[in-house]
Write a protein that binds this ligand. Structure first.
Ligand SMILES: *Cc1c(COP(=O)(O)O)cnc(C)c1O
Length: 458
């Protein structure tokens, strides 16, 4: 399988090159040249497999330049790091299926992709005799999942900037209790935006980027989408009711999770509809409802990992929606850049609405849903999941409804406590970290100082 850019201006590359490249050189996102599809018979066979075997059955269609035994090994290692053998339990609560995609080492769904990506990076770097220095900014979930994805790995170092005192205590503990020598936590005296600006400036210095082999782990890496495709199959198989197609409800920020679902459908997975759940940062809900993809100010909510305006994976969806018309995508992205928004024609949106519904839950509703769901089912959900469950509880449908639960509630104990009047039970993987030594460097809000830190530690 070869990979092409959504903007069509770079030659096709291999899977391994696509993983190492991240963003394509023409500014587009890499996508597989063709969509591998499964027949009904093949789906039946896949439905009997355990999680790592299912993952292999799907991922092997895309990672065609990795030797099968090696790929199996990478996948098995990635999911052995989860705290349940099932990897993703699908439980039935309040008439809904809740897919707990948060059982990885940092208790948010990003582990599913970043465990795989960490192992993949290690393999490719070793084979090529190269080194990689990952630099990133985090508001919480991505940084910890990325750190756990690469801790202790050969030929990789990771530098994660977080705004000092502005990530949740659990998130901070998860990041800073990793003392492996290849992991560097930088607590920046500033906001998340300051962290992001500094990272952008560092990547903008092409000589520095090249001299120090810098790389990113952001959600546009195809390997991240790929790992997420797997659980749409897994969950569908577990919610099969008399052959009825399921509805998936997906708490959404960067459109990475839900895009993986959309792609699973392109591969032949029967899906009735996707419901894209947002918080007050509802640009994607406005797109689905009225074709209005215009950025507004980001507001802070109870579900911080969805506090995003421009969704980086949305471009991949547009590429497939417009039948792989790369020049159309390029034109739309140009409009987005110059006009800070795109208005889509009504006829296109009618087509979008055949596949996507949407729901936007504000803070009060998020809190109310955590409370009422706990009261009626005894089951505690986190604030991101609550945005999706809010949509699920309003649906009138005969189809099985699968809500993706993107984080363990113990990651966001304050909101849960406020809503349900009960602290979520802490998983062993969080309790274990309490009182461990911390490794973190305080750093001023200054790009040169951060660069100097990287220079000294690579
Ligand atoms: C990252 C994240 C999301 C949003 O996922 P996208 O792929 O960006 O749409 C939702 N919930 C949680 C808990 C997350 O960490």
């Amino acid at each position: 399988m070869r990979y092409v850019s959504t903007r069509g201006k770079v030659p096709a590359v291999s899977f391994k090159d696509a993983v190492m490249m991240g963003l394509a050189d023409d500014g587009g996102l890499l996508v597989p040249e063709s969509v591998p599809a499964f027949t009904a018979d093949e789906l039946t066979k896949l439905s009997a497999l355990d999680y790592p075997s299912l993952a292999y059955g799907i991922i092997s269609r895309f990672a065609t330049d990795i030797e099968p035994a090696k790929l199996k090994d990478i996948i098995e290692k990635s999911y052995a790091a989860f705290d349940t053998e099932e990897v993703i339990p699908v439980v039935r609560k309040g008439g809904l299926y809740i897919a707990e995609i948060f059982h990885g080492p940092t208790f948010a769904f990003k582990d599913i992709a970043l465990q795989f990506l960490g192992n993949l990076f290690e393999h490719i770097l070793e084979e090529r005799g190269e080194k990689l220095n990952i630099v990133g900014a985090t508001s919480g979930d991505t940084g910890s999942a990325a750190i756990y994805g690469v801790r202790g790995r050969k030929n990789i170092r990771i530098f994660i900037l977080h705004p000092k005192g502005r990530v949740s205590p659990v998130q901070e503990m998860q990041m800073t209790s990793v003392t492996d020598e290849n992991v560097f936590n930088l607590a920046l005296d500033g906001t998340f935006d300051d962290c992001q600006d500094i990272v952008k400036e560092i990547f903008g210095d092409l000589k520095f980027k090249h001299d120090f082999s810098l790389g990113a782990v952001n959600s546009i890496n195809w390997a991240r989408v790929l790992a997420q495709i797997v659980y749409y199959f897994w969950c569908s198989f577990r919610a099969a009711e008399n052959g009825r197609k399921p509805i998936f409800i997906v708490p959404t920020g960067n459109f990475g999770n839900i895009f993986a679902g959309y792609y699973a459908k392109l591969m032949g997975l029967p899906v009735e509809k996707f419901i894209l759940a947002t918080n007050e940062n509802n640009i994607l809900s406005r797109f689905i409802n009225d074709g209005d993809y215009t950025a507004k100010e980001v507001v802070a909510t109870y579900s911080p990992s969805m506090d995003i305006q421009i969704a980086s994976n949305f471009e991949r969806y547009l590429y497939f929606f417009y039948d792989k018309d790369a020049s159309k995508v390029e034109e739309l992205m140009k409009t987005l850049k110059t006009e800070k928004g795109i208005k889509f024609p009504a006829a296109d949106i009618a087509k979008v609405q055949q596949e996507f519904g949407t729901y936007s839950a504000a803070n009060e509703e998020t809190e109310a849903v955590i409370a009422s769901f706990y009261k009626s089912t005894g089951y505690i959900i986190d604030p991101h999941t609550a945005c999706g469950v809010a949509a699920g509880l309003k649906l009138k449908t005969e189809s099985p409804v699968i809500c993706l639960s993107t984080a363990h509630p113990a990651k966001f104990p304050d909101v849960v406590m406020k809503a349900a009047g009960k602290a979520p039970e802490k998983p062993a993987g969080i309790i274990r970290l309490e009182g461990l030594p911390r490794k973190v460097a305080d750093i001023p809000k200054d790009t040169e100082t951060v660069k100097e830190f990287i220079r000294r530690n690579v």
